[in-house]
Design a protein around this ligand. Sequence first.
Ligand code: PLP
Length: 299
Amino acid sequence: MSNGKKADSQTVYFRSADFPSGGFLFKNRVRIAPNDRGFMFADGLYEVVRSYGGRFFGFAEHLARLRHSLAEVGIDFPEIGELPGIAQELVRRNGLETTAAVAYIQLTRGLCERRYPFPTPPVVPTLYIEVNRLLSAAVEAEQGIAAITVPDIRWSRCDIKWLGLLPNVLARQRAVAQGANEAIFVRDGVVTEGTHTNVFGVKAGVVLTHPSDHHILAGITRAQVIQLCRALRLPVEERPILQAELAGLDELFLTSTTGEITPVVVLDSKPVGRGRPGPLTQQLQRAFRDLISSLSQGD
Ligand SMILES: Cc1ncc(COP(=O)(O)O)c(C=O)c1O
């Protein structure tokens, strides 16, 4: 993910207690204070929304998820409705209208003395948004990727899109160090999700994925894929996939805003199914592409 732009020419949006009016500025002009609770405690949230040819996909769903995250951690951000307009303006200001791009939106509880309890009265949440060109993941989508399984050492509120990503970072690094692309978390013998993806398995024509609960992030792409399964009359079950079932799966794929639907063809150095993207995965990829092209044609 890269804008191909340097920080002195990339326009971003920033608002904080030090800059309460907020505004568009070059990235190298942003000043995050050391006492920002995002910096001190990872006390903040984020969202990643994708745009196709200048149009954002599923912004309402991303905002609904952000509202959930905000409510769960007690950050008051009544200006949430301004986010799509700001992101759209960043697409324009950075010349990203005709390409795939992603908006990264980060919100922290704000700037105050370093104390665990929330500041009283509440302070202005810090808001940072940047939009970057998205590099094509066409090769991964077509050929599939390798993944590894790792113990899920994260907390029990993975439904909150929280800034604290160290377990995800360590797991992904482990995958990369082993020549794989993604790490899939396993908690108490159950496959939960990837470091930045939701996980789907296919067994005997049935599409399986972990239920949406506190152990996974309710992926926007995940929900979209479940809807596509229903539209295509593919049986889909939201039930835990056991680690013990992995070796017997016919197909395995990942979903995310940036990667859409990515087949996993090698897991823990062993082929998944026939070791190439499976037919149901490919059917869902085609249906997803159709959905996106209908969106960019303005349907
Ligand atoms: C832990 C985790 N699970 C799943 C996803 C996929 O969610 P979405 O489809 O909304 O991008 C993400 C996205 O970043 C993630 O971080």
